[in-house]
Design a protein around this ligand. Structure first.
Ligand SMILES: Cc1ncc(COP(=O)(O)O)c(C=O)c1O
Length: 416
């Protein structure tokens, strides 16, 4: 599927020599997250906040009037978010993790349990910071590997009396954006409701999930209709708009409970800003409104997810072991047990050879494709370079700094 936009503004891609990259890599402790972006030619470390905005979004940002309260841009954003999700109460926040921190701070008490298909790492960290337990119950079955394991969910809810929330991350980020089926969401909702527990969606990639539901033949109709059905099951949804929402910063929480919304507003004032801003400038709210509208364009989703699938096929055809089916926003190269610190070693080799930066999560390499940024030609080049690095003898690394948490972001290595 061809990309449904043309390019108006371009940025040059930084070019570096192998000698320079070697120095950069050593200084970064062989951790791709610690490489300064100015030394990266093609950046696939994250799809979060890295997408390109449309000319309409940029124009709206210039026109937006900055006020402390009651911003006009807030009203437009509210209409767009309500119409997409169907939630009666919407609260903007500056990004996904602030939604997690504030929301779980209100919902949980020490010792509570939250179960999920998969918790994103900041979600888990925010829950654990409240001295609560975050339990992952992924089903990992095709064609919806993002589903929660309903059998295990039932068992866990029986065993633990303190389950306070069920979180479904759509799509599940962990293996590159694996979709959750409508059937699974509906069943999880039913099971949670029986025990008086709320269903919470971490809905950063709601549009990818809706598109993959349609592609897998589970539902027909427009992407917006499928999104409405997904959100319709949830008691609460929070999302970072930096992914499917097509902005560089922003997020929001959708709720049905008026009292919880009121308590949320107090917390927002304490932690973010006046509720009509949610810690964002009016221009950011305007960009979010445009992003929500663009996000459900089926032609765009088909092109973007098609590009991710194309990269996956290219790697597989060239002998690279990837997780299948390929998800919505990224291709994941599975770990190899015959090489210590395989993912960091492969990421280092790819960077050294080509200046391409990839992410490392749980000893897998993740190639996340920013939205509306790179062309197929770029991805062909990525496929070629990654496949070549994969078959090279990788550097042997030794861990020299292991942080207490968030190891993939902060650990450091030295070549042996
Ligand atoms: C599934 C998921 N939830 C939450 C977050 C946190 O969002 P943010 O980066 O906007 O804080 C992310 C970020 O990548 C994510 O992928």
């Amino acid at each position: 599927m061809w990309e449904p936009y043309r390019i108006k503004v371009v940025e040059p891609l930084p070019k570096t020599t192998r000698k320079k990259r070697k120095r950069v890599l050593e200084k970064a402790g062989y951790n791709p997250f610690l490489i300064p972006a100015k030394n990266v030619t093609i950046d696939l470390i994250s799809d979060s906040g890295t997408g390109a905005m449309s000319s309409e979004q940029w124009a709206g940002m210039i026109e937006a009037r900055e006020d402390f309260a009651g911003q006009a841009s807030f009203e437009k954003f509210l209409d767009a978010a309500k119409s997409l999700t169907g939630f009666p109460y919407i609260q903007p926040v500056h990004q996904g993790r602030s939604a997690e921190k504030i929301l779980f701070g209100l919902m949980l008490r020490e010792g509570d349990t939250v179960i999920a298909n998969t918790h994103f790492e900041t979600t888990r960290s925010n829950i654990e910071a409240l001295r609560c337990h975050a339990i992952d119950l992924p089903a990992c079955e095709k064609p919806f590997p993002g589903n929660i394991d309903l059998g295990k969910m039932q068992k866990t809810m029986k065993q633990r009396t303190n389950v306070r929330a069920v979180v479904l991350t759509v799509t599940s980020n962990i293996l590159g954006g694996q979709p959750v089926s409508l059937e699974n969401i509906a069943a999880a909702k039913k099971m949670a409701r029986k025990r008086g527990v709320g269903l919470v969606l971490d809905a950063c990639r709601f549009a990818d999930n809706a598109f993959l539901i349609k592609q897998n033949g589970e539902a027909n109709g427009s992407i917006r209709t499928i999104c409405r059905r997904i959100f319709g099951y949830a008691d609460i949804a929070y999302l970072s708009s930096k992914k499917d929402g097509l902005v560089n910063i922003g997020g929001f929480i959708g709720l049905r409970d008026r009292k919880l919304h009121e308590r949320l507003e107090y917390e927002i004032i304490r932690q973010e800003a006046f509720p009509t801003s949610g810690g964002l400038a009016a221009r950011d709210l305007t960009a979010m409104t445009g992003g929500l509208s663009d996000s459900t364009d089926e032609h765009f989703l088909s092109a973007h997810i098609g590009n991710v699938a194309y990269l996956g096929r290219l790697l597989k055809d060239n002998g690279v072991d990837i997780f299948e089916p390929v998800g919505g926003h990224a291709v994941v190269i599975t770990t190899r047990k015959d090489h210590a610190h395989f993912a960091f070693a492969l990421a280092a080799q790819i960077y050294l050879d080509s200046g391409i930066r990839v992410g490392v999560f749980d000893d897998s390499v993740r190639l996340a494709v920013p939205r509306r940024v790179y062309t197929r030609e770029h991805l062909s080049y990525v496929g070629e370079c990654v496949a070549r690095a994969y078959t090279t003898s990788l550097p042997r690394l030794k861990l020299v700094h292991k942080p207490r948490e968030f190891c993939n972001f902060f650990s450091r290595y030295l070549p042996v």
